[in-house]
Design a protein around this ligand. Structure first.
Ligand SMILES: Nc1ncnc2c1ncn2[C@@H]1O[C@H](COP(=O)(O)OP(=O)(O)O)[C@@H](O)[C@H]1O
Ligand SMILES: [Mg+2]
Length: 165
């Protein structure tokens, strides 16, 4: 029965996508936002939808830079050899939904459930609020976080864009 329902449910088709990678430098937070926004704009989102997506991407990329790689970016050659790189993938489907994947190969998260709780932060500088994941959750329809300590973290977002009336 489950198989039959699956068959009836139409599979989404990817209409466009972009794959990018860049060094984990704070200047690339805005770059990543613009990359995702440029693709999503092809769906003619509302200003609010676009703002939500840009904010969620910023939060996830900032986490890669600050937590994943510990703000430790050194040089392009070190990125090429041993990490310090962030991957951003974005696509949209024929049902007007988008998917964004942000990945680092940094230190990873021991307890993802705990890390996603509001106000939880491991930052000791007092600069972080511990609200990054909560913001991502409230601005996107779906968020999935996969992390392996010592290996890195992947954040996957999904959101449906409303069609213009
Ligand atoms: N990419 C990542 N790599 C390693 N740890 C992460 C990553 N993203 C989040 N974390 C962990 O999850 C915690 C919560 O993240 P977040 O909700 O964005 O709050 P904040 O960034 O303000 O600490 C972080 O303090 C950090 O310990
Ligand atoms: Mg954060």
């Amino acid at each position: 029965m489950k198989k039959e329902i699956k068959k009836i449910k139409k599979k989404r088709v990817i209409l466009n996508q972009i794959k990018s990678s860049f060094p984990a430098k704070s200047i690339n937070e805005s770059l990543s936002r613009m990359i995702a926004a440029s693709l999503v704009c092809q769906l003619d989102p509302t200003i609010d939808e676009l703002a939500d997506i840009k904010t969620a991407v910023s939060e996830a990329v900032t986490n890669c830079i600050v937590h994943g790689y510990g703000n430790n970016y050194k040089s392009i050659s070190s990125v090429n050899k041993s990490g310090g790189e962030i991957n951003l993938y974005a696509c949209y489907y024929d049902d007007n939904s988008i998917k964004i994947i942000i990945k680092d190969k940094g230190k990873g998260i021991e307890d993802v459930k705990k890390a996603m709780q509001p106000l939880y932060t491991t930052d000791e500088s007092g600069e972080r609020s511990g609200m990054g994941f909560s913001i991502m959750q409230s601005f996107m329809d779906k968020i999935r976080v996969i992390s392996n300590p010592g290996k890195g973290t992947t954040v996957i977002f999904e959101k449906k864009i409303s069609r213009p009336v």
